[in-house]
Design a protein around this ligand. Structure first.
Ligand SMILES: *[C@@H]1O[C@H](CO)[C@@H](O)[C@H](O)[C@H]1NC(C)=O
Ligand SMILES: *[C@@H]1O[C@H](CO)[C@@H](O)[C@H](O)[C@H]1NC(C)=O
Ligand SMILES: *[C@@H]1O[C@H](CO)[C@@H](O)[C@H](O)[C@H]1NC(C)=O
Length: 402
């Protein structure tokens, strides 16, 4: 029994051993044939593709030199005016891409915010990037402290700062071409204080400033704000800070939580609700997050209306909910609320003394800065009335060092 079984198995093995190579051979040959046929198809498909897609190019032979240069050069030399000027100006120049030379543009807010939200994926810049401060002035009309600001910017490296001014749309700053404010008005829209249009103006300022890829820190300023340190100190302070300076706190009173609207639930719960001064300072990363948001902005636009003041709640709440780790939770713009009431103290000419101004710079309190502390808490101060300009100009070089 055992022997026969063994022999049967041997003969089975033999026949299998013979058929196997034969099968392989057949499969192999069929494979080659299929391969050859299909590859010739692919070949023809790819080489003929460009000409078949574009009827008018069909006559161009595949190896004609002109086919390899269907590039910008060729399209740019067509006769239409736009394209011709394109060739002269180099439409893809890095210079105009990195920093638009003219602030006027015809973009809608939607288009502008979208463009401003672009973030380079590549970490290394192909140019020397000096981090700039963007000074963004939000004002209805004139800037009464312009002479003080001119002094502040005088002699500073223009590669370290930019200025943007949002005014009433019909207002013209009307400054001479020697001023740092010359041609710095952005396309503006009407702002009604206490409404979401104020947030729109802030986001419009941020977006225009974001179009300059070197802008790294964004400072919102009013017409009554003044700098209380010199440019170099402020530049160092802000560009070396790992945090943004945005006021954001929980106010249980009717001026804080009292303004919350329950229709914002569940996206925004009352425990998320924050309040803070609108005069922020923030870095590029946070600025991009803020102008890219639609969901929370829309909720504020719809539900933060009657006696709510979106400018005091939208950014503080949004940043608290999602970007707390980027924020120092304090402001660098001094304001005096100690008199009580709905408006902060306003400083006039008679208030301007060396002692008072020095106390704004340092009053013995220390503030968190990066992982440590500093005795410099404020870089800017408000609110100053026009009558304080003259005395400020008189003592700014001694007290403010500019
Ligand atoms: C900027 O563009 C506007 C309109 O396109 C033009 O009127 C203005 O003169 C330009 N300004 C500069 C400085 O080129
Ligand atoms: C500035 O304006 C003056 C007078 O209006 C003019 O002569 C001068 O060429 C202008 N300079 C520049 C750089 O535009
Ligand atoms: C200094 O300023 C801070 C913030 O405004 C305030 O809380 C503190 O009381 C002031 N300290 C002194 C000694 O005036």
């Amino acid at each position: 029994m055992r022997a026969r079984t063994e022999r049967d198995e041997v003969s089975k093995d033999l026949s299998v051993g013979l058929t196997k190579p034969l099968c392989f051979l057949i499969v192999f040959v069929i494979g080659i044939v299929i391969g050859l046929v299909s590859s010739s198809h692919i070949d023809r498909y790819f080489t003929s593709q460009p000409y078949n897609l574009n009827g008018d190019r069909e006559s161009i032979p595949p190896n004609s030199p002109s086919t390899s240069s269907i590039t910008n050069d060729e399209t740019c030399t067509t006769t239409t005016n736009i394209v011709t000027s394109c060739v002269k100006e180099d439409c893809l120049s890095m210079k105009s891409f990195l920093s638009p030379k003219n602030l006027s543009h015809g973009m809608t807010d939607d288009e502008l915010f979208w463009r401003a939200s672009m973030v380079p994926e590549k970490a290394q810049y192909p140019f020397d990037r000096m981090p700039k401060l963007a000074f963004m002035f939000l004002t209805r009309g004139p800037l009464p402290f312009m002479p003080l600001w001119e002094r502040f910017f005088k002699g500073q490296d223009v590669k370290k700062y930019t200025i943007y001014v949002h005014t009433n749309p019909e207002f013209e700053l009307g400054v001479s071409n020697s001023s740092v404010f010359y041609n710095r008005q952005i396309p503006s829209q009407d702002v009604k204080w206490g409404t979401v249009s104020l947030v729109d103006a802030e986001r419009r300022l941020l977006s225009n400033a974001l179009l300059d890829f070197s802008n790294e820190r964004f400072i919102l300023l009013s017409e009554s704000c003044i700098p209380i340190y010199n440019f170099q100190t402020i530049h160092n302070y802000l560009t070396n800070s790992i945090y943004s300076f945005l006021d954001s706190y929980d106010d249980p009173s009717r001026y804080g939580r009292g303004r919350y609207n329950r229709r914002m639930k569940p996206a925004i719960r009352i425990r998320d609700w924050r309040k803070g001064s609108q005069w922020f300072e923030m870095n590029r990363a946070l600025a991009i997050k803020i102008i890219s948001d639609t969901k929370y902005y829309d909720l504020f636009k719809r539900y933060c209306t009657e006696d709510c003041y979106p400018d005091e709640h939208y950014m503080p709440t949004f940043v608290h909910m999602f970007y707390e780790e980027l924020n120092a939770d304090r402001t660098v713009t001094f304001v005096d609320w100690s008199i009580g009431g709905a408006h902060p103290a306003s400083f006039e000419g008679r208030d301007i003394t060396k002692r008072f101004l020095k106390s704004l710079r340092k009053n013995g309190t220390s503030c968190l800065y990066n992982k440590g502390t500093t005795d410099v808490c404020y870089l800017f101060a408000r609110k100053f009335g026009p009558s304080s300009l003259e005395p400020l100009l008189e003592i700014s070089s001694e007290v403010f060092e500019y």
